[in-house]
Design a protein around this ligand. Structure first.
Ligand code: ADP
Length: 183
């Protein structure tokens, strides 16, 4: 089954195999570039699914720095909002992990500020930006679990993995973290 879930306090952390553009969460997260332009990968897919109004709005958001997050409407998506965050381009420096963690934390903070109760993330930086999947899985899952423990918000965080291998790596990493925590 391509789905796993883990209760963190009163919130639910899910990992599923699927397409982020099809998610019915209140927000989906875009692995954006600094200009918040359509481009390839997830960003291209999200802009295509949302329609041209998304790029119109993004041009007024004044770009986004690595590790930071901006919010827009979702237009033709099921999700009401898109949270845009810019992952690090992997170059094997310690700053990469800090930046990647900040992508998740700043996206979750922005979601909380906007009253968003459910949000779906892709595996930020693991495509064109070259972040090794296993390391990215560990950083992103730990960041989300820590945030949920401290904030009890949002109610649902879903990781949406595109490939079967990506899903398997996330599932195994989640299991490892659960084993460490004794649940
Ligand atoms: P980055 O530039 O941050 O690396 P990419 O868009 O290249 O972003 O890829 C990030 C991850 O998103 C990759 O693991 C890629 O396989 C995955 N991905 C691509 N398209 C989708 C999609 N429609 N839904 C979910 N994940 C996707």
């Amino acid at each position: 089954m391509s789905q796993a879930s883990f209760k963190v306090g009163t919130s639910l952390l899910e990992i599923v195999r699927g397409d982020i553009t099809q998610q019915d969460t209140e927000a989906i997260v875009n692995a954006a570039n600094k200009r918040l332009a359509p481009g390839g990968g997830v960003a291209g897919a999200i802009h295509r699914a949302a329609g041209p109004e998304l790029w119109d709005e993004c041009q007024n958001l004044d770009g986004c720095e690595t590790g930071e997050a901006k919010i827009s409407a979702g237009y033709r998506l099921k999700a009401r909002h898109v949270v845009h965050t810019v992952g690090p381009v992997y170059n094997n420096t310690p700053q990469n992990a800090v930046d990647l963690e900040n992508c998740y934390l700043n996206s979750l903070r922005l979601a909380k500020e906007n009253g968003i109760r459910s949000i779906a993330f892709p595996a930020i930086s693991t495509g064109i930006f070259g972040y090794p999947l296993q390391e990215a899985a560990e950083i992103s899952l730990r960041a989300v679990i820590n945030f949920l423990q401290q904030n009890s918000s949002p109610d649902l965080v879903r990781f949406v993995l595109f490939g079967a291998n990506d899903f398997q790596v996330y599932e195994e990493t989640l299991q490892k973290i659960r084993d460490e925590k004794g649940n």
